[in-house]
Ligand binder design. Structure first.
Ligand SMILES: Cc1cc2nc3c(=O)[nH]c(=O)nc-3n(C[C@H](O)[C@H](O)[C@H](O)COP(=O)(O)OP(=O)(O)OC[C@H]3O[C@@H](n4cnc5c(N)ncnc54)[C@H](O)[C@@H]3O)c2cc1C
Ligand code: SF4
Length: 329
């Protein structure tokens, strides 16, 4: 591993200042992704600015409902928080479906959102990869691409985004709060990660020196039936082949009054199924409606040589999850 400097940030301003003034600085959360990539030679920061000790480690209930989740809240603590378990099962289930207990004890909210793709060509410095080394090519495009994207990919990159938590947060209309050299700003989780286009090296819309300080989940979906379902090769400790985060509320008249659907494991970002959502709201709850909505969304899919199964899997997972939520009322 290349030698690197280390500094502990004492405040958010201090963190941003260090990032801008130290050579090739990177923020360090729990280190479960960044340090792994440093060991593989994929990442080689000059300095780590450790933000894990900043006082951003609380989950607070907001006056009008909703939650503010600090960027250094550990994944285990967030999944166990009483308000998350009570009002946001989709978020608790997504967190608990990710990684292992030990990893969740280290992983932070900010770091989880910014973890990098698990594409094996990205992690192997002997392979071509436009995300790791722009212009070098994409090994997965015509290689082993069973785990890769079926939606929104480009000829430059077909990688998927790996976070389970981000898929649930996108379905909950959550917003990311950032502070950086230009001051503070908010970005919806659904708009935070990018499709690859011709710049796959840029995973998100974050700007140099910006620190995630918190994530705000609005009150709107709180308490509604919601769920996270994840299809994977093993029953635990595996990334999603396809996952679904769904929130569904059905009125007494049998019509759907609120629907949020987001897919994981299928694109370079959590894939908010806006086409499906538009068909769901106002329609009668029932399998015909769910199937029509899922098929309309997935009509945009363009599977690669090794992953056409993901389209069928996404359709089945979405229909079954919506049906189960409707049964719960
Ligand atoms: C074996 C294994 C299995 C896993 N399985 C899953 C899984 O099934 N599902 C899943 O979702 N995840 C899984 N993970 C990934 C794990 O969830 C992530 O590694 C973890 O969430 C990253 O959080 P961290 O705090 O350790 O981030 P770090 O490694 O510290 O940082 C990751 C990135 O975020 C940046 N960063 C950190 N904090 C901030 C901040 N506040 N503001 C701005 N930038 C910041 C860092 O600079 C770095 O670029 C797995 C990991 C491993 C090793
Ligand atoms: S899919 Fe993306 S991350 Fe994987 S090799 Fe191609 S360019 Fe690299």
């Amino acid at each position: 591993m290349k030698p690197f400097g280390y500094v502990r940030a004492r405040s958010t301003e201090d963190a941003v200042h260090h990032f801008l003034s130290l050579p090739d600085a990177r923020f360090l959360g729990g280190g479960t992704n960044l340090v792994d990539l440093m060991k593989l030679g994929v990442e080689a920061p000059g300095t780590l600015v450790d933000v894990s000790g900043l006082p951003l480690d609380t989950v607070s209930e907001l006056p009008g409902g909703g939650l503010r989740i600090g960027a250094t809240v550990r994944n285990s603590d967030l999944a166990a928080h009483p308000a998350v378990r009570r009002d946001l099962p989709v978020l608790a289930q997504a967190l608990l479906s990710g990684a292992s207990g030990q990893l969740r004890n280290m992983a932070t909210t900010g770091g989880n959102l910014l973890q990098r793709t698990r594409c094996p060509y990205f992690q192997d410095t002997g392979q071509p990869c436009n995300k790791r080394e722009p212009g070098s090519g994409c090994g997965a495009l015509d290689g082993v691409n069973r785990d890769h994207a079926v939606l929104g990919h480009s000829a430059h990159c077909v990688a998927t985004h790996p976070s389970d938590m981000a898929v649930a947060l996108a379905a909950l209309d959550a917003e990311i709060e950032l502070v950086g050299p230009g001051g503070e700003r908010k970005v919806p989780v659904a708009d935070f990660h990018r499709l690859p286009g011709d710049r796959p090296q840029q995973d998100t819309v974050i700007r140099p020196g910006e620190l995630i300080t918190s994530v705000v989940v609005p009150a709107s979906s709180g308490g509604m039936p919601s769920a996270y379902r994840k299809a994977r090769d093993r029953s635990s400790y595996a990334f999603a082949l396809v996952s679904v985060a769904a929130v569904l509320a059905v009125g007494d008249d049998g019509l759907i009054r609120h629907a949020r659907l987001c897919f994981g494991g299928v694109a370079h970002k959590p894939w908010r199924a806006v086409t499906a959502e538009a068909l769901l709201v106002g329609a009668p709850a029932g399998e015909d409606t769910y199937l029509r909505a899922a098929e309309a969304e997935l009509a945009q899919a363009a599977p690669l040589s090794g992953n056409a199964f993901k389209v069928r899997l996404a359709r089945r997972l979405a229909v079954d999850t919506l049906a189960r939520l409707a049964d719960r009322g």
